[in-house]
Write a protein that binds this ligand. Structure first.
Ligand code: IVH
Length: 696
C-alpha cells in the first residue's frame, strides 16, 4: 500500500512536469517503468485501486495560462505494450470478440503532443491541448501559425461537416529541432532536450510569434466530435456510413487526407497479429530514417462498428494499443566531467556517468564534444542528466534535468564545470584559438597524444593490426616499449614474454598481426601516420598518383596539390609533416623494418590512370564477403569510381551488394526501403557500368 501511494504521488508529480510544465525530470522510459510498477501492484491487489489513480486517468490538469476548453468527446490515452508478448496478450484479450483475421491499421506513434482542431462549416475555429482528457487548453492563436494545418477544409470534401474535430499530433521535425538548437547555441541560450519537449514548449507560448518561428508540423490520426447536418455525434458514437467519412478508421484517414490534413503515409492496413508484428519490426528498424521522432506503433481495430463494440476503459480504448519501442533516453547521474586527449592533441570533454542501460547497451561514458557544448547544455557534475543512445549513434548527454521550482526537490547544484587549462596527460597548457571551438594540447611529445597516434595507426581503417587496441598501446607505452609507430616492428616474443595478460598464444597472434601489417598498401600507411587533414580519400589519391613514398617525399607542394582529391590544404600539411626530421626518421625506420611503402597497381588501384567515374554521387553498400575482393578493396573500388560506400543502408543507397554471410539487418532494410539488392557476382559489372542489371 505504501509503495502504491508513493508511486501515485510520483507519477502525478512527473505527469504534471511533462504535460503542464513541459519540463520533465525523468525520461519517458523511467516514467513508463513507474506506471508499469503501479499497474502490477494494482493487478495483484485490486483492493488497492483508488479512484483517480494515474493508471486510470489521462495526462495532467491544464495550466492557468490558457483558457479551458471542454472536450465533449474525451481525449483518451492509449494502453502500452512493451514487448511482443504484451502485444500478443492484448490480441488474445480481443480474440474473444473479434475474428482471427480482423483488419488492423498500424500507424507510427509520433512523439509530439496531442491536439484537437475544431472546424465549423469547414473553417478552423479552435485548437486545444489534451489536458486531462476532459478539459484542455485553448491554444488557437499558436496552432493557427502551423503551416501544415489547413485554415479551411478542401472543397474535395464539400459540403463540409457542420462541425468536425480533427485530432492528431503536433511535432517538431528533427531537422527543425537541430536548427533550433544551433540557433540557441549561437545565441548562448540553453539547448532543448528533444524534439518532443521543444514542440510542447513552442506550442504553449503566450506569444504566438514565438510558435510561428519554431517550424512545427502536424499529422492527423483521428476524428473526435462530428456533426453532419441535423445530427450531432462523435465519430465513435454512431454509424457514420452516411457522413462521407466511411465505416472504417482507414476510410476516415483517407477522408482526412482529402480534406487537406497531413496524414502519415507510413501506415498499413494489416490482417491478424503476425502482420502487426511485421509492421512493428519494420517501424523499429527504420525509426531513424525519418525526419520526426517516433516512440512506437499504434495498432487500431479498423472497423468503427467493432471499435464501438469493444469500447473503452476510463483511460484508454480497448480497440487500440501502443506498442512502445525500447527507450533511447534514460536519466542517470553525471558523476564527473573529464577531458581526453586525441591523437591530434584535441582535448575532448566527456561525461562519466552512473552506468545506465539505454538504446540496447550499458553506457557509462558519453562525449560532450567541446567547451561550448558543455556550456550550452549546462551540465554539471552531480546533475541528473538525460543520456541518449539512438541506433548506431555514439551515446550523448542531452542535458540536465532541472527541478526548477519543484519545492523540496530542488537541489543545490554544484558550480559550473570549467575547462581545464592544463593537459591531463602531460601538464602542458591547453590552448583554444580564437574563433575555433576546439581546445588543443600543444605538446607534440604528450604521452596521451602518442598513445592515440599509435592506436590510430593500428586501427582497422589504417594498418588493421588485430589485437592492438588503445589499452594495450597504453600498456606498452607505460612500459617504455612503444614511443612511436616504428617501435611496433621491433617487437619480438622476448619483448612481450612475461607481461600480464600475454600467454604464448596471444604473443604469437599479436606478432603475427604486426607482421601481416607490413604488406598493407601505401595508402593505409599514410592514413595511419595521422597527417593532419589527410584522410582516407586523400591518402588513396596520393598513393595512387605517386605510387610510392619516395615520389611523395620528393614532390613539391604544387605537384601534390594538383592531385585530384588532395588540394592545397592537404598538400601543405603533407609537406610540413615530411619536413620534420622526427617524422622522416619514423618513415625510414618503417622502411628498414620491411613495411611496404608502395601502392600496388592492379585490379583495384592504378597509379596514374583515372578510373571512369561510373558511380559518381552514388552510394553503394557492401555486406558479406565478395569473392575475389577484400572488404577494403571493394570499398576502394567504389571510391575510385566516384562513389561512396557507407556502413549502413538508407533511402539514399543506390544498391546493396550482398556477398557470402551478409548482415541480415542490411538486407532486410534494403528490401523495406526498396533499395536494389545485387548478388556479389554483379559487383564487377556495377563498377564498370554504374548501372543496375536489367531484369534478365
Ligand atoms: S490515437 C484513443 N494515433 O499517443 C486513441 N495517438 O499514448 C487516441 N499518438 O495521446 C490516440 N501517434 O498523443 C493515436 N498515430 C497515433 C498517434 C497517437 C502519437 C499519441 C497521442 C496520444 C498518445 C497516447
Amino acid at each position: 500500500m505504501a509503495r502504491a501511494e508513493e508511486l501515485r504521488a510520483l507519477i502525478a508529480y512527473h505527469n504534471d512536469r511533462y504535460h503542464r510544465l513541459d519540463d520533465p525530470e525523468i525520461s519517458d522510459g523511467e516514467f513508463d517503468d513507474l506506471v508499469r510498477e503501479l499497474r502490477s501492484i494494482e493487478t495483484d491487489h485490486p483492493d488497492l485501486v483508488v479512484p483517480g489513480s494515474p493508471t486510470s486517468t489521462v495526462g495532467a490538469a491544464s495550466s492557468a495560462l490558457f483558457a479551458p476548453v471542454a472536450h465533449r468527446v474525451p481525449m483518451m490515452s492509449l494502453d502500452n505494450a512493451f514487448s511482443r508478448e504484451e502485444l500478443q496478450a492484448w490480441a488474445d484479450r480481443l480474440a474473444k470478440q473479434i475474428a482471427a483475421n480482423t483488419a488492423f491499421v498500424c500507424e507510427l506513434k509520433i512523439d509530439g503532443l496531442a491536439i484537437s482542431l475544431t472546424y465549423r462549416g469547414g473553417r478552423f475555429v479552435q485548437a486545444a491541448t489534451r489536458g486531462d482528457g476532459r478539459t484542455g487548453e485553448d491554444v488557437t492563436p499558436n496552432v493557427a501559425t502551423i503551416a501544415d494545418i489547413p485554415e479551411r477544409l478542401r472543397s474535395t470534401v464539400d459540403p463540409p461537416p457542420e462541425l468536425i474535430e480533427v485530432r492528431g499530433e503536433v511535432y517538431m521535425p528533427v531537422s527543425a529541432f537541430n536548427d533550433l538548437n544551433r540557433r540557441q547555441a549561437e545565441a548562448g541560450e540553453r539547448l532543448f532536450v528533444n524534439p518532443r519537449n521543444s514542440a510542447a514548449g513552442s506550442l504553449r507560448q503566450k506569444d504566438s510569434s514565438v510558435t510561428a518561428s519554431r517550424s512545427l508540423s502536424f499529422w492527423a490520426y483521428q476524428v473526435g466530435e462530428l456533426e453532419v447536418a441535423r445530427s450531432s455525434t462523435s465519430a465513435g458514437g454512431q454509424d457514420n456510413r452516411s457522413n462521407g467519412l466511411g465505416p472504417t478508421h482507414s476510410s476516415t484517414l483517407e477522408w482526412l487526407g482529402k480534406a487537406g490534413f497531413p496524414v502519415n503515409p507510413e501506415r498499413e492496413l494489416v490482417h491478424g497479429l503476425d502482420e502487426v508484428l511485421d509492421f512493428c519490426r519494420q517501424a523499429e528498424d527504420g525509426r531513424h530514417d525519418l525526419n520526426y521522432e517516433i516512440d512506437g506503433v499504434v495498432v487500431k481495430v479498423d472497423d468503427l462498428a467493432l471499435q464501438r463494440q469493444l469500447g473503452s476503459t476510463s483511460r484508454a480504448p480497448r480497440w487500440a494499443i501502443a506498442y512502445k519501442f525500447p527507450p533511447e533516453e534514460r536519466t542517470t547521474e553525471l558523476r564527473d566531467i573529464s577531458v581526453s586527449i586525441g591523437r591530434t592533441g584535441k582535448a575532448t570533454p566527456f561525461a562519466m556517468l552512473s552506468p545506465v542501460f539505454v538504446g540496447g547497451s550499458t553506457v557509462s561514458l558519453a562525449t560532450l564534444h567541446n567547451e561550448d557544448q558543455v556550456r550550452a547544455k549546462d551540465v554539471r557534475p552531480g546533475d541528473t542528466v538525460v543520456v541518449r543512445k539512438a541506433g548506431d549513434v555514439i551515446p550523448e548527454v542531452v542535458g540536465p534535468v532541472l527541478a526548477v521550482g519543484a519545492g523540496d526537490r530542488r537541489r543545490r547544484r554544484r558550480a559550473a564545470w570549467k575547462f581545464p587549462t592544463e593537459c591531463p596527460s602531460c601538464g602542458a597548457p591547453l590552448v583554444r584559438l580564437p574563433g575555433e571551438s576546439d581546445t588543443f594540447c600543444t605538446n607534440l611529445d604528450c604521452p596521451g597524444q602518442r598513445v592515440q597516434r599509435i592506436a590510430h595507426f593500428a586501427s582497422r581503417s589504417a594498418m588493421d593490426i588485430e589485437g592492438l587496441g588503445e589499452q594495450r598501446v597504453q600498456l606498452f607505452a607505460d612500459l617504455g616499449l612503444l614511443n612511436d609507430v616504428a617501435d611496433l616492428y621491433t617487437f619480438t616474443a622476448g619483448t612481450l614474454d612475461g607481461l600480464e595478460g600475454f600467454g604464448p598464444l596471444s604473443i604469437a597472434n599479436l606478432l603475427g598481426a604486426i607482421d601481416d601489417s607490413r604488406s598493407r598498401p601505401l595508402h593505409r600507411v599514410l592514413i595511419g601516420l595521422g597527417i593532419r587533414h589527410l584522410g582516407q580519400v586523400g591518402s588513396i589519391a596520393l598513393a595512387r598518383s605517386k605510387g610510392d613514398i619516395d615520389a611523395i617525399i620528393s614532390a613539391d607542394e604544387e605537384s601534390l596539390a594538383v592531385v585530384d582529391g588532395v588540394g592545397p590544404v592537404i598538400a601543405a600539411s603533407v609537406v610540413r609533416w615530411l619536413a620534420s626530421a622526427v617524422n622522416r626518421s619514423v618513415v625510414e625506420r618503417l622502411r628498414s623494418a620491411g613495411v611496404n611503402l608502395t601502392e600496388p597497381s592492379g585490379a583495384v588501384s592504378t597509379t596514374d590512370a583515372k578510373r571512369p567515374q561510373t558511380l559518381a554521387g552514388k552510394s553503394v553498400v557492401v555486406t558479406g564477403t565478395l569473392e575475389g575482393w577484400t572488404r577494403e578493396e571493394a570499398e576502394e573500388a567504389i571510391l575510385a569510381r566516384g562513389g561512396k560506400s557507407p556502413g549502413s543502408v538508407s533511402k539514399k543507397t543506390f544498391a546493396l551488394v550482398v556477398g557470402e554471410s551478409p548482415g541480415a539487418a542490411k538486407v532486410t532494410k534494403a528490401e523495406q526501403l526498396g533499395v536494389p539488392v545485387l548478388e556479389g557476382t554483379a559487383f564487377g559489372r556495377l563498377l564498370e557500368s554504374g548501372e543496375l542489371p536489367g531484369p534478365d
